[in-house]
Design a binder for this molecule. Structure first.
Ligand SMILES: NC(=O)c1ccc[n+]([C@@H]2O[C@H](COP(=O)([O-])OP(=O)(O)OC[C@H]3O[C@@H](n4cnc5c(N)ncnc54)[C@H](O)[C@@H]3O)[C@@H](O)[C@H]2O)c1
Length: 314
């Protein structure tokens, strides 16, 4: 199997995520069956897809004349059996309830070809444990999209120890083909990368509010006027290279925290931008050159954010 053997896509679950994932594949030219066990959800899903496409057209990400063709490629249906029989790649996007996921996967196992890839969009459930008795567990993987999937590029791909290399490879290739940015994790862990980090932020945010240290409005303004400008340019890891890993180590020590990989870097003299190496290798570029590049990029983001009044609440 390779990425070109994928001809027909099945998305099971037409809710918040499912409708938008179906749209991604249809936009890329694939025929898609969109299954839900609720007729009204299917009608609503198609309406949402049409409205999503109209907004994308405003931003010239699709042409207006393409919209009817894209919609035509999506077949909304409640007939899981028929859709499963024809599918080469199936993404399960049903409710985050173990019994519901299990029931859908065992129906898919019964109806679809043994060659079909079975992907789950679960955020938190260890799908590999929930369906451990399925036939050919090596074709199961997670494709975790970030809302709204038709806009956000990231897809976190997480295999189990048993997922085949072929299924992993095709998963990455198809994401690239439909214009996504896949990140392959070593193995599945609930919340993946982004939600895990976002969870830590959420915990801190609730603590600040509970202790009366900041209001919800202040928290959003603080994040938008700081991380909101820097994150798109330096991410969270490279941001530490700019701070200096020696400073970070001092802070960690004062708090009684020992992080081995930071200690190792300090011992090797890798302090971040100022020493030419940290988490990243700056390949002989001077500190001034790197700072100038960061500052130009941050100023471009700041200009855009100010222009669109992004610091005000929506
Ligand atoms: N909402 C998000 O921001 C988000 C982000 C990333 C991942 N996820 C994951 O995506 C999955 C779906 O989340 P959602 O927010 O789209 O949920 P949702 O409730 O909006 O949609 C779930 C859909 O599944 C349908 N459904 C339920 N049982 C079914 C069955 N047996 N057969 C067919 N359809 C069935 C429901 O009718 C509903 O339309 C979850 O696993 C969730 O963790 C959600």
């Amino acid at each position: 199997m390779n990425v070109n053997s994928i001809k027909r896509i099945l998305i099971v679950g037409a809710g918040t995520m499912g409708h938008s994932i179906a749209q991604i594949y249809a936009q890329a030219g694939y025929d898609v069956d969109l299954v839900d066990n609720n007729d009204e959800k299917l009608i609503h899903a198609i309406r949402l897809i049409e409205s999503n496409l109209n907004i994308l057209a405003e931003f010239k990400r699709v042409y207006n004349e393409e919209i009817p063709k894209i919609l035509n490629r999506i077949n909304p249906t409640t007939n899981l059996k028929k859709a499963a029989e024809n599918a080469d790649l199936i993404t399960e996007v049903v409710s985050e309830v173990p019994e519901v996921k299990k029931s859908v996967f065992f129906q898919l196992d019964k109806y679809c070809s043994e060659e079909a890839i079975l992907a789950s969009n679960t955020s938190t459930l260890d799908i590999f444990k929930i369906i451990k008795n399925i036939n050919k567990i090596e074709r199961v993987i997670t494709h975790h999209y970030y809302a709204p999937p038709h806009i956000i590029p990231l897809v976190e791909i997480a295999p189990s120890r048993k997922t085949s290399k072929e299924v992993i490879d095709v998963s990455i290739r198809i994401m690239e083909k439909v214009g996504k940015k896949p990140i392959l994790m070593k193995k599945f862990a609930p919340l993946y990368i982004v939600n895990k980090i976002q969870n830590a932020i959420t915990g801190a945010m609730y603590e600040l509010i509970t202790r009366g240290l900041a209001t919800p409005k202040q928290i959003d303004l603080a994040l938008k006027t700081s991380l909101g400008i820097k994150l798109p340019v330096v991410g969270q890891i490279q941001s530490q290279d700019f701070m200096g890993l020696d400073l970070i180590n001092d802070i960690l020590k004062t708090r009684g925290i020992n992080v081995n990989f930071i200690n190792d870097k300090i011992e090797q003299g890798h302090l971040g931008v100022k020493s030419g190496k940290g988490f990243y290798d700056y390949k002989g570029r001077s500190e001034q050159e790197i700072l100038e590049k960061r500052d130009r990029l941050c100023l471009q983001i700041l200009e855009l954010l100010e222009k669109i009044n992004a610091f005000d609440p929506i």
